[in-house]
Design a protein around this ligand. Structure first.
Ligand code: UD1
Length: 377
C-alpha cells in the first residue's frame, strides 16, 4: 500500500517522523515522504529531517513562499501531477498549514478528472485522505490555520484526533463518528523518541544559560509580528521583561524579516539580556524547552509540548485550538497589554507540575498504523 506522508513546514516534520518509522517496519506499507517545500531554509527543514532520522524527501514539490492563494494554488497544481503519476492509496496530511489543506483538496478532487488530462492513464478511485491532528478549533476564522483545519476535516476520510475535545468539535460539525479515531498526540512520540538525546544536548550551557533561570520566546504569527507598531511594542515589552529574567529568542524568518524591515534588528541583537538566535534544530530547541523557567509563544505545538512536560507556557493569543493545554496543562492565554503581569505571575509560581492527558503517551503512531489497517480491511 502506497502511503504519501505530506511534509511541508517546520511543525509538520515531528508529526510525520514517528508515523514514517512505524509504517517503515510494516511489510504491507510503503511510506513515501512528499515535501511541498513550504519551508525550505536549511534550519527550517533539512535539520529536522536529520534529527528525526528521516531520509531525504522521496518527492519534493519545491513550492516555496507566496501569498496564501499563490502557495495553496501552487501546492495543489504540483501535487495533482504527482497524484496522477504515483497513484497513492492513502494520503496522510498533518496539522493545519497551507500545504495540509492544499494536498487534501488535490487528493479529494482528483477522480473528477480521471487522470485523462495529464497522463491518459486514468485513476480508478481517488486516494483516501487521513488527517492527523484533526478536529482542533480556535473558532477564529481570521487565522489562516483555522480555515485550513475546516477544509481538511470536511474532506478527509479518516480523522485522527489528539484529544476528546477534537472529537466533540467534529461531531458538532456533522462529521460521522465512523470517520473519527481518537489516537492521541503524535508530537509526544517524537519527543519520547528523542528524549535521551535532547537531555544529553549541551545547548543550555552553550549559551551560558542557567537551568530554570531564563524564558524561551518563539513568536511568528502574522497577528503578532506583521504589524510594525505591534511588533515594536512587543519587543519593548520583552526588553523590559528581560531585565528581570534573561530571554532567549530563536527568530522565525517571518519575525526576523519584519524586525529587519523596521530597522530594529541590530538593536535587538546587541541587547545584553536578550539572546537572539537563528531558528534551532529540534533537539537543540527542545533542550532549551526542557530547562527553561517558562515559554512565551504563539505556536500550537509548543503549547502541547510544555503541557506534557509540565513547563509553564504563556501563549500570546486571544484563543487557542488546544484548550486541553489550559484545562489540564500549564498553558495560559495572554495579550500584549497584560504580558508583563502574566510573566510576573508565572515567575511567582512554583516551578513545575505533572500533567496527564489521555493518550499523550508516545504510542500514537502505533495507533494510527492500526487504524490504517482497520480502515483498509
Ligand atoms: C507557517 C504556517 C503556520 C505555522 C508556521 C510554523 C500557514 C498558513 N502557516 O507559517 O501555521 O505555525 O508555518 O513555522 O501554513 N520563510 C523563510 N524560509 C523558510 C520559510 C519561510 O524565509 O524556510 C519566510 C518567507 O519570507 C515566508 C515567511 O517566512 O514568506 C512565512 O512563511 P510561510 O510558510 O508562508 O508561513 P509561516 O509564517 O512560516
Amino acid at each position: 500500500m502506497k502511503i504519501h506522508l505530506i511534509a511541508a513546514a517546520r511543525p509538520n516534520f515531528m508529526k510525520i517522523a514517528p508515523l514514517y518509522h512505524a509504517l517503515k517496519s510494516e511489510k504491507w506499507a510503503q511510506p513515501v515522504i512528499v515535501h511541498t517545500g513550504q519551508h525550505y531554509d536549511l534550519n527550517m527543514s533539512d535539520v529536522f529531517f536529520k534529527d528525526l532520522g528521516m531520509p531525504e524527501p522521496h518527492i519534493h514539490l519545491g513550492v516555496g513562499s507566496g501569498t496564501h492563494a499563490e502557495q495553496t494554488g501552487q501546492v495543489i497544481m504540483a501535487y495533482e501531477k504527482v497524484l496522477f503519476e504515483k497513484k497513492p492509496d492513502l494520503v496522510v496530511v498533518v496539522g493545519d498549514v497551507n500545504s495540509t489543506a492544499a494536498c487534501t483538496l488535490a487528493a479529494a478532487k482528483i477522480n473528477q478528472y480521471n487522470g485523462q488530462r495529464t497522463t491518459g492513464q486514468g485513476y480508478n478511485r481517488r486516494p483516501y485522505v487521513g488527517h492527523l491532528e484533526a478536529g482542533l478549533r480556535s473558532f477564529d476564522r481570521s487565522m489562516p490555520e483555522e480555515i485550513n483545519r475546516l477544509v481538511t476535516d470536511a474532506l478527509a476520510d479518516i480523522l485522527w484526533t489528539p484529544s476528546a475535545d477534537a472529537d466533540e468539535n467534529l461531531t458538532r460539525e456533522g462529521i460521522s463518528k465512523d470517520k473519527i479515531r481518537l489516537v492521541g498526540n503524535i508530537m509526544i512520540d517524537s519527543l519520547e523518541m528523542l528524549r535521551d538525546r535532547i537531555q544529553a544536548q549541551p545547548t543550555c550551557n552553550e549559551f551560558g544559560l542557567k537551568k530554570q533561570a531564563y524564558g524561551l520566546v518563539t513568536l511568528h504569527r502574522p497577528s503578532n509580528v506583521d504589524e510594525p507598531q505591534k511588533l515594536k511594542k512587543l519587543f519593548d515589552l520583552l526588553a523590559r521583561i528581560s531585565k528581570k529574567i534573561p530571554l532567549v529568542f530563536p527568530l522565525h524568518p517571518r519575525t526576523r524579516k519584519n524586525a529587519a524591515n523596521m530597522g530594529i534588528l541590530p538593536e535587538l541583537e546587541e541587547s545584553k539580556h536578550f539572546l537572539i538566535l537563528e531558528p534551532l534544530n529540534y533537539i537543540r530547541f527542545m533542550n532549551l524547552v526542557f530547562s527553561c523557567r517558562f515559554v512565551l509563544t504563539d505556536s500550537g505545538g509548543i503549547q502541547e509540548e510544555t503541557t506534557y512536560l509540565g513547563i509553564p507556557c504563556i501563549t500570546l493569543r486571544p484563543n487557542t485550538e488546544r484548550p486541553v493545554t489550559i484545562k489540564f496543562g500549564t498553558n495560559r492565554l495572554c495579550e500584549l497589554d497584560n504580558l508583563e503581569q502574566t510573566v510576573g505571575g508565572v515567575l511567582a509560581e512554583a516551578v513545575r507540575r505533572e500533567c496527564h492527558i489521555p493518550l499523550w503517551d508516545g504510542k500514537t503512531a502505533t495507533r494510527v498504523v492500526n487504524s490504517i489497517k482497520d480502515f483498509f480491511n
